[in-house]
Ligand binder design. Structure first.
Ligand code: SF4
Length: 437
């Protein structure tokens, strides 16, 4: 069996294929990977491929995720599924791309002889607006403004996978957003590994606030601009004020804090202290009334004691975040934390995760209940029961894929992409229910 060809990304994207060959992409991992998958499809289309659903394509690109154990397992399982399809003659070519391929290219080539091509992650195009085949519904889009990050959090392998921090030029981002605006997109989600470092490489300053002002000024149809992946230590007063002032910018900030204890924030090289974190959250809440904070925490970091965990639980209960995601620490080779003392047993990690998410469930339910009786703008994503005019949507405070849903009951037929006023009639841990006016 021939060993898979580990191709440089450029070689792979120079290949010409006979027109009509169908290619599909399976996207794993985060929204940043989804944008990469859209760019991969756009590029392959230029090479003669015809984008198609992966289930009926003869070439499938699996854009893998490789930053923690669980994600690696999912990527491997997907590759194995594709190999089975190929053995049954249902697939001609398997291409493995993305973070797992970048991190373990050689190992994958050794392990999976049935894979045809392995390519790494793509460099971010600073100036251009690469052609993309959208993989999101027509009314919302992700716009990746930068790649990788300056930070070196001790538990994280991403900078080692993604390389040097790279920002796109403001002109390039605004051009892309204008194209989306012209296509009638209503919601743009601004993403990167650390969007708050945007511009530090090319403009020698944190330029996210400036970029946002240019985006809001340049758009007509786009109603919602959402920020995902802000790095706490890089959030500036200028950014907070711009979010507060610009009507289009959702009063929703995704700011992964990971923990609150000083010894762990220091050990994890987060560049911020307990005091500074608490002050930052207070400042955001004071300057942006009604702001919804999404954050993530990691439990079971090396050195985390019962006392540390107790401190984290106290912080979660006091701060009452509107949206929380939590993960158990994944010990990743190649990271500084891998060799740290005080590794926490998996059983304890799991217990702490359950405890934290149970507490957050109660907090989230009580915060959601405060919305009953209010009228909120809801962006409709899809019909749930078309014949009964029931739709699934989101408020400005719900990011796609990761946050709650609003069940919208209407007396008339509505269209995905519509933004409608909805009176909230019921609330659940993460979701809401309401009726159109
Ligand atoms: S900010 Fe930290 S956790 Fe996030 S990608 Fe960068 S190094 Fe990883």
């Amino acid at each position: 069996m021939i060993k898979p060809a580990i191709k440089t990304t450029d070689d792979f994207y120079k290949e010409r294929v006979s027109s009509g060959r169908k290619v599909g992409v399976i996207n794993l991992g985060c929204a940043r990977n989804l944008v990469d998958s859209q760019v991969i499809l756009g590029q392959l289309k230029r090479q003669g491929y015809r984008p198609a659903d992966a289930a009926c394509a003869d070439t499938v690109v699996v854009n893998t995720c490789g930053f923690i154990e669980e994600a690696k397992r999912e990527s491997i399982d997907t590759i194995l599924d594709l190999i089975e399809l190929k053995k049954k003659g249902k697939l001609k070519r398997i291409v493995v791309a993305g973070c797992l391929a970048q991190r373990y290219g050689k190992e994958l080539a050794e392990e999976f002889k049935e894979v045809d091509t392995i390519i790494g992650v793509r460099k971010l195009d600073r100036q251009g607006v690469p052609e993309q085949v959208p993989l999101t519904p027509a009314h919302f889009a992700y716009v990746k403004i930068c790649e990788s990050c300056y930070n070196r959090c001790s538990f994280c392998i991403i900078p080692a996978i993604k390389g040097k921090f790279t920002s796109r030029a403001i002109e390039s981002v605004v051009r892309e957003v204008r194209q989306l605006d012209g296509r009638g997109v209503k919601e743009v989600n601004i993403i990167g590994q650390d969007i708050t470092a945007y511009g530090m490489d090319i403009y020698r300053e944190k330029a996210l606030a400036r970029l946002l002002r240019e985006i809001t000024a340049a758009t007509r149809n786009i109603r919602w601009v959402r920020l995902l992946y802000a790095f706490p230590a890089h959030v500036t007063d200028e950014l907070i004020d711009t979010i507060a002032r610009e009507e289009k910018i959702c009063k929703y900030i995704d700011i992964p804090l990971q923990h609150i204890s000083d010894n762990l924030l220091k050990g994890m090289n987060r560049g911020i202290t307990t005091r500074e974190t608490v002050d930052l959250v207070r400042k955001i809440r004071a300057r942006i009334p009604g702001a919804h904070l999404r954050t993530t925490f990691i439990v079971g970091l090396p050195g985390e004691t019962e006392e540390n965990f107790g401190e984290l639980m106290g912080f979660v209960r006091d701060t009452r975040f509107e949206r929380v995601g939590a993960f158990v620490y994944s010990r990743e080779e190649g990271t500084a934390a891998y060799a740290m003392p005080g590794q926490v047993p998996d059983r304890i990690k799991k217990q702490r995760l359950d405890t934290l998410m149970r507490a957050q469930q109660d907090i989230s339910l009580s915060l959601q209940k405060e919305k009953i009786g209010r009228t909120m703008e809801v962006l409709l994503d899809e019909p749930q029961q078309r014949e009964k005019n029931i739709y699934l949507g989101r408020t400005r405070h719900d990011a796609p894929e990761v946050d709650g849903t609003v069940y919208v009951h209407s007396t008339r037929t509505l269209t995905p992409g519509d933004i409608v006023p909805v009176r909230i009639t019921d609330a659940y841990e993460y979701d809401l229910s309401g009726e159109t006016l």
